[in-house]
Ligand binder design. Structure first.
Ligand code: BGC
Length: 581
């Protein structure tokens, strides 16, 4: 999955004559409904994503009065050394400890019942205590139901209260992460595997039968029941990959699926509807259920159709019949309204969409899909990059801004005019572009770090000499693939960052979405009843195609079908883990 193409949180403040509330620290402070309903005034909801030395804050100001607020200036004070770096959805400034946010032209009016959500990014050291008092146009927001400014302590910045009356901004923040017992058992049975067996990995729903469990395995209810047990009354996030679109995996063969290109109705009624019914069971309401909706599909429509050299007939078909767009929209429309379900859509990875002609077009198509089949943009919590791919999270020894003797690294064979050299910079940039495409400024990104560690003996220990751009890039890069477009069972790869909430600005979590040790595809043709084909990108003797610069595939040999356990790969990932185990 995840093919390449060659070069070529939050919520609000207010008012006119108001008062009201709040304060809260932490990742998600949600105001009591009663406060919002107060006839006088305003309410403020302050939320942060904190990574220890910095944070983003979203301050949602709601007009709880009966007349519009025309022009607003929000003010509040920090008690520590929080320092503003940048802001959005408002004109942000800071003087000493006082932060002021003024409206922009487009959001100067807050209708009764309406809100605005300016956000800012800050650095700090020491303790990041949330502000306890807010004012709009000089009038304090201190209303009914508000905690007294000197009252009970704010929640810890690393704890997110369970959503009350709304979704958490970042569902992973302050939550335990579900450990899939089936993956855990396979990992623990491997030599050395117990070091990682308790790590959270995602649950893949890759066929209709997976809903009830394949061959006696755990189905969706079994996983959710186990998730309740693991939660023990605490917040817990469990991630499902929703992966059964009609005509699945149109640019490759390894993960073709069970539904033909025209079977959208079956996808809706036999796959999405039953999953949504289970997710909506009140028994599971305390869980944070996250979804990764249909990886690879929408990016494939952008890069692998429409007369490009990389186009495939199958992707042209799926573009023409609209079933990817409508299928994704339908899934979002069913899961989005469920109050404890959080949708993330796939944005490929930097080695696929990091070129100018792919990047914006994909963001716009995602916005289209998120409004198809009855879906709304607000049903999307965020996006995921690098699912089942191998792109390095951070390239520590070179950057896209480097040049060698006046020649940009973008001109190197490896970078090949891409705008990014790693997944973190790509995901953060994509987040901004998605906001431009119409998504909420509160969206967050997830990065699959299951197999992008690139540690081990072949890892460079510093930048290479600047003798030529190619020598510099090739000697400095930690991603040791033969070509950035290689995606199947990559030799030399290692386990990446362990799953973690809010690790960087704009990033909701690092997750292990592709379960390490599960194959990307068979290295030779294997008859099967899963719809899976044989893709030569998984054959180590293959000399490549236009999508990988006609390079060797870099795949490990003797691989089983996609999704099946591949012990040799698991061992390779353990050996090359970075951070090391
Ligand atoms: C396969 C799926 C599998 C998933 C996770 C995909 O490549 O097509 O069947 O569930 O990987 O391993």
């Amino acid at each position: 999955m995840s093919r390449t193409t060659p070069a070529s949180s939050r919520r609000t403040a207010l008012l006119s004559a108001c008062t009201v509330l709040v304060a809260a620290a932490g990742m998600a402070a949600v105001l009591p409904t009663g406060a919002q309903a107060a006839s006088l005034g305003c309410s403020v909801n302050y939320q942060t994503n904190d990574w220890g030395s910095g944070f983003t804050a979203t301050v949602t100001v709601s007009n709880a009065g009966t007349s519009a607020i025309d022009g607003w200036a929000l003010t509040y004070d920090y008690s520590g050394n929080q320092q503003l770096s940048s802001g959005w959805n408002g004109a942000w400034s800071q003087s000493g400890r006082t932060v002021t946010v003024k409206n922009l032209d487009w959001n100067r009016t807050i209708a009764p019942g309406g809100s605005v959500s300016p956000g800012g990014q800050f650095t700090y050291s020491g303790t990041n205590t949330a502000p306890t008092a807010f004012a709009v146009n000089g009038t304090a927001c201190t209303g009914p139901g508000a905690p007294s400014p000197t009252g009970s302590p704010s929640p810890s910045p690393t704890t997110t209260p369970p959503p009350s009356g709304g979704k958490a901004d970042n569902p992973f923040a302050g939550a335990k992460l579900y450990v899939n017992p089936e993956w855990k058992a396979k990992a623990a049975a491997e030599p050395g595997g117990s070091a990682v067996a308790n790590t959270s990995t995602s649950v893949w729903l890759d066929r209709i039968a997976a809903i009830n469990g394949v061959d006696g395995g755990m189905g969706v209810r079994a996983h959710l029941d186990e998730a309740l047990r693991q939660a023990g009354g605490q917040p817990l996030a469990i991630n499902f990959v929703i992966y059964d679109l009609p005509g699945r995996d149109c640019s490759a063969l390894a993960s073709n699926g069970e539904l033909g290109p025209t079977e959208l109705d079956r996808y809706k009624s036999q796959f999405i509807d039953p999953i949504a019914t289970i997710f909506a069971d009140p028994k599971y309401a305390s869980l944070r259920i996250t979804t990764v909706v249909e990886i690879d599909s929408l990016p494939n429509l952008v890069t692998n159709s429409g007369g490009r050299p990389t186009a495939t007939p199958a992707c042209d078909t799926m573009k023409a019949n609209g079933n990817y767009v409508n299928g994704v929209g339908y899934a979002l429309s069913k899961f989005g309204p469920i109050s404890n379900v959080y949708n993330y859509i796939d944005v490929g990875h930097h080695g696929w969409l990091g070129w100018d002609d792919n990047f914006g077009a994909t963001a716009d198509l995602l916005a289209q899909a998120a409004q198809a089949s009855g879906s709304k943009l607000e049903y999307v919590t965020g996006f995921i990059s690098n699912t089942a791919n191998y792109g390095a999270l951070k390239e520590p020894y070179y950057s896209i801004d480097d040049s060698v003797n006046g020649t940009s690294v973008r001109q190197s064979k490896w970078v090949d005019w891409n705008r990014y050299v790693d997944e973190l910079s790509y995901a953060q940039a994509f987040r901004s572009r998605l906001v431009t495409a119409g998504f909420s400024p509160g969206i967050g990104m997830v990065i699959d770090t299951s197999r992008n560690g690139w540690g081990g003996a072949a890892r460079p220990s510093g930048p290479a000499a600047k003798t030529s751009v190619d020598a510099y890039v090739n000697g400095s890069r930690t991603d040791r693939r033969i070509h950035l477009g290689n995606w199947c069972n990559q030799a030399g790869a290692g386990l990446g960052e362990r799953p973690k909430a809010a690790p960087e600005p704009g990033i909701d979590a690092y997750l292990w979405v592709k379960p390490p040790g599960e194959s990307d595809g068979a290295s030779s043709a294997i008859p099967n009843n899963e719809g899976k084909g044989f893709d030569r990108m998984c054959d180590p003797t293959y000399t490549g195609n236009v999508r990988n610069g006609n390079s060797m595939s870099g795949a490990l040999g003797n691989a089983p079908l996609a999704g099946h356990w591949f012990s040799a790969q698991f061992q390779e990932l353990l050996k090359n883990a970075d951070p090391a185990l």
